[in-house]
Write a protein that binds this ligand. Structure first.
Ligand SMILES: [Zn+2]
Length: 193
């Protein structure tokens, strides 16, 4: 069955814990809203940090809000190569044994022992759409972006996450967006399952 769905490029970003935000930006600092993201309640903040590894750096990486229990850094494979960090391909929140990096903010710096991942592409799926497409949590689907980008492409191994907190959207990273010459930050694709 085919279903048209938004495909969005998620650029490299940082999720931050209360504790780490205190160190990087000052005690009780609050993130400044910049713009809404497709997933309800999630937003891009104005705040940015620099990522520093033993062999490289990536400056001005945006923090996404709201704050989380654990800090997490999501980068592309291109970024990982540039930083020379061995970041595993994982879904958000699956951080055990992931890569380490230093975060530098205006008021301080921290060394994140683990938390650096290359985000695995995924489908934020509502319960209603899951029923329609006969999907369960952790199902694997493909998304066809071919007719919409300048380069035709079908992505496989897209993990389905189901929640009524979500709005339907497939998330890929900047390497993947570039691979199908995606014009903007959001295009339509077709779920194939
Ligand atoms: Zn996502």
């Amino acid at each position: 069955m085919l279903k048209r769905v938004k495909v969005e490029v998620s650029a490299h970003h940082v999720h931050i814990s209360r504790e780490d935000l205190d160190v990087l930006f000052g005690v009780n600092y609050e993130l400044t809203f910049f713009k809404e993201l497709s997933q309800p309640g999630q937003f891009a903040s104005l705040e940015k940090v620099d990522l520093i590894s033993a062999d490289g750096r990536l400056d001005n990486v945006r923090i996404l809000g709201p704050i989380r229990l654990k800090s997490q850094v999501e980068i592309s494979q291109t970024d990982a190569r540039r930083l020379k960090v061995d970041a595993p391909l994982r879904l958000s929140g699956d951080l055990e044994g992931s890569a380490s990096i230093k975060l530098v903010g205006p008021k301080g710096e921290i060394i994140l022992k683990e938390g650096v991942i290359i985000a695995k592409r995924h489908f934020h799926c509502t319960t209603k759409t899951a029923k329609e497409l006969n999907l369960v949590d952790k199902s694997i689907v493909k998304v066809k972006t071919g007719e919409f980008g300048a380069r035709g492409l079908i992505f496989d191994n897209i993990e389905v996450r189901i929640s009524d907190e979500f709005s339907d959207a497939v998330h890929v990273d900047t390497d993947e967006g570039n691979a199908f010459s995606m014009g903007g930050v959001c295009m339509m694709g077709e779920i194939i399952n």
